[in-house]
Write a protein that binds this ligand. Structure first.
Ligand SMILES: Nc1nc2c(c(=O)[nH]1)N[C@H]1C(S)=C(S)[C@@H](COP(=O)(O)O)O[C@H]1N2
Ligand SMILES: [Mo]
Length: 352
C-alpha cells in the first residue's frame, strides 16, 4: 500500500517566521493542511487549548467570556472560501517591491466551520455607534519598523463583522484547525484578502473608532505613490484573478493536444468567464468550467483544449471576468508594498 504524503510539500520563503507557498500545480479541489500555504508575521505563539476562553468585550452591553466547549455548542455554519494572501504574486511587480517574494501559491481553498461572529456579537450586545470589530491574535513580536512589541491585530468594519458568513472557525475540512493555521480559533472573512482572517484569536473587541494598529495602517494599505502616501487606501476584498496550473511555466512539450488548466477567483460576486490566449493576446477563446461558478466563495476550475500544431515558443495568457464586470488588467496596479497583483496571467512554453 502506498502511504499518503507525510510531509508538507511547500516552497519556503522564510523559516522564522514561517512563510511557505504551495506549488500551484498540486492544488485541486480543496487544499489539505499539508499543502496549505503558511504566512506568519511572527514566530508561532505559545498556546494550548487548556483553559482557552474567548473574550468578547469593548463597546458592548455585556462582555462575554466564552469557553471553547460552549462555543462549540453554539449555532455553527460551514463556509467554503478561498484564502489568498494580499502579497500573492508579489514577485511579478515591476519595479520590484520589498516584502516576501510570493509566487502564485499563497492561496488556498477549503471548508471552514465555526460560529458566525454575528452570533457572538449579538450575545454580547453591540452598543449604538459601534464602528469596528478588532480581532487580536496570540502571536506577537517586534516589527522591523519599530522597537515596540506588537501582536497581530486587525479590524473589520461592523457590517462585515455582522455578515452571516464571517465566522470564528474551529474546523477546516471537517477536522479541528491545525496549530499552524490558527488552532483553536481563527476568524474567516470570506472575499477579503487573508490578512483579515486572524489566526489564534486571543480576544474580540468592539470599538467606536477606527483601529490604528500597524497591521491596519502601515501594512495592508495600497500606496500607489513611491515617495508619499497620496492616494493610499486600505487592502480589503480580493481582486478578480486567475492562475494557470498546467502546463507549468517554461514547460517543454510535444506537438499535439494539451490541456491548459487553472483556477479563477474573485472577492466580488462570482467568476463568469475565463479566456485563454495561446498567442500572447492576439486571439482569445473561452475556457470551460469544470466546477460550479457560484460555489460559495470558492474558486472556479477551468480547462481549455489546446492543439499545439507547430513547433516554437508560445506565450499563454489567462484572463478572468467576474459578475461585477471586473476583468484582470493588462498591467498590474503597482503599489509600494506590492498588494493585490492581478494582471493577466502569463506563462511561456516551448513546443518541440
Ligand atoms: N495571528 C495571525 N493571524 C494571521 C497572520 C499572522 O501573522 N498572525 N497572517 C495573516 C496573513 S497576512 C495571511 S495571508 C493568512 C495566512 O494564513 P495561513 O498561514 O493559514 O495560510 O493569515 C492571516 N492571519
Ligand atoms: Mo497575507
Amino acid at each position: 500500500m502506498s502511504s499518503p504524503m507525510k510531509r508538507p510539500y511547500l516552497t519556503t520563503l522564510s523559516l522564522t517566521p514561517e512563510n511557505q507557498e504551495t506549488p500551484i500545480h498540486f492544488i485541486n479541489g480543496t487544499v489539505d493542511d499539508q499543502l496549505f500555504f503558511r504566512r506568519n508575521h511572527f514566530s508561532y505563539p505559545p498556546i494550548s487549548n487548556l483553559n482557552y476562553w474567548l473574550p468578547i468585550k469593548g463597546f458592548v452591553l455585556s462582555p462575554q467570556w466564552v469557553s471553547l466547549r460552549d462555543l462549540m455548542k453554539m449555532p455553527s455554519k460551514t463556509v467554503k472560501a478561498v484564502l489568498e494572501c494580499a502579497g500573492d504574486k508579489r514577485r511579478y511587480f515591476e519595479p520590484k517591491v520589498f516584502g516576501e517574494q510570493w509566487g502564485k501559491g499563497a492561496i488556498s481553498q477549503g471548508y471552514w466551520k465555526g460560529v458566525p461572529l454575528r452570533v457572538l456579537l449579538e450575545q454580547a450586545g453591540i452598543r449604538e455607534g459601534a464602528k469596528e470589530v478588532v480581532v487580536e491574535g496570540h502571536d506577537f513580536g517586534k516589527r522591523t519598523d519599530t522597537d515596540s512589541i506588537h501582536s497581530f491585530t486587525r479590524s473589520i468594519p461592523i457590517d462585515k463583522a455582522l455578515h452571516q458568513d464571517t465566522i470564528v472557525a474551529y474546523e477546516y475540512n471537517g477536522r479541528p484547525l491545525t496549530f499552524k493555521h490558527g488552532f483553536p480559533l481563527r476568524l474567516i472573512v470570506p472575499q477579503w484578502y487573508a490578512m483579515a482572517s486572524v489566526k489564534w484569536i486571543r480576544q474580540i473587541r468592539v470599538i467606536e473608532s477606527s483601529f490604528e494598529g500597524p497591521f491596519q495602517t502601515v501594512d495592508y494599505v495600497y500606496y500607489p505613490n513611491k515617495e508619499n502616501t497620496e492616494g493610499a487606501f486600505p487592502v480589503t476584498t480580493m481582486n478578480v484573478n486567475s492562475t494557470i496550473q498546467k502546463p507549468l511555466d517554461m514547460a517543454v512539450l510535444d506537438t499535439g493536444k494539451h490541456k491548459i488548466e487553472g483556477i479563477a477567483w474573485t472577492g466580488g460576486g462570482y467568476i463568469t468567464k475565463v479566456e485563454i490566449s495561446t498567442n500572447n493576446g492576439e486571439n482569445w477563446s473561452e475556457t470551460k468550467f469544470s466546477s460550479d461558478t457560484e460555489n460559495g466563495y470558492g474558486w472556479v476550475k477551468w480547462v481549455y483544449q489546446w492543439l499545439a500544431a507547430k513547433k516554437g515558443e508560445y506565450t499563454i495568457l489567462a484572463k478572468a471576468t467576474d459578475s461585477t464586470n471586473r476583468v484582470q488588467p493588462d498591467t498590474p496596479f503597482w503599489n509600494r508594498k506590492g498588494y493585490g497583483y492581478n494582471a493577466i496571467e502569463k506563462i511561456k512554453v516551448k513546443i518541440e
